[in-house]
Design a protein around this ligand. Sequence first.
Ligand SMILES: Cc1cc2nc3c(=O)[nH]c(=O)nc-3n(C[C@H](O)[C@H](O)[C@H](O)COP(=O)(O)O)c2cc1C
Length: 222
Amino acid sequence: MTPDDFDRLVRTRRSVRGYLPDPVDPGVIEAALQTALWAPSNCNVQPWRIELVSGARLRSLGQAMIAHAQSGKAHPDVPMDTAYRGIFRDRQVGSARALYGAMGIARDDMPGRTAAFLRNLDAFGAPHAAFVFLPAGFGIREAADLGGFVQTFLLALTAQGLGSVAQGALSLYPDILREELGLEKGDQLMVGIAFGHEDPAHPANAARTDREGLEGMVRHHG
Ligand SMILES: Cc1cc2nc3c(=O)[nH]c(=O)nc-3n(C[C@H](O)[C@H](O)[C@H](O)COP(=O)(O)O)c2cc1C
């Protein structure tokens, strides 16, 4: 693999928010997970714990989360309460504009935006979702390890020709997930990853994001 090959792989990955229902070959999922295990972590503690939910089980979980979202408050294990300001807010608005623009949802169409948000909770119709937990008692330092795991998994899926999207939204209702899967409370749900075969006809998949340049992000010393 050349550096250009790797660069192409990284740039080929993008967030996919519309899927075909066809399941992914279990061997392919296994291979992508095996690759992701090779992400680095603090002291090699490998703090990732995954619950993989597929098919009809994922659809009923999605319906349960959507029902809860419409009636109750979110209680994520890891608070999601940062208000983005300044350039971060500008980038957040830019990505939302790209997505809602691709879906033809106007800025002031609140029901449309709510419906688009709720698609998150059904994993955008993907046949699979990996729910990524941080073990009880671990904090920000180990959460960085999960970031490496998540990106490695996303790239492994991309290399297999699959679509994927990391979703903080899938971590909003951890008690519903625990109830549906019969899990003990303790480990902290950080993020979900929906994946499967991309539906190329879904309008959400026409959205594209860009990136700021390195200036302002990287300073060289010495
Ligand atoms: C940790 C994390 C959480 C995210 N949560 C969501 C989410 O809840 N819903 C969503 O549609 N996209 C989510 N995204 C996808 C980002 O919006 C996306 O990565 C960003 O806009 C850049 O676009 P790209 O992935 O297509 O390059 C998340 C990404 C990451 C890394």
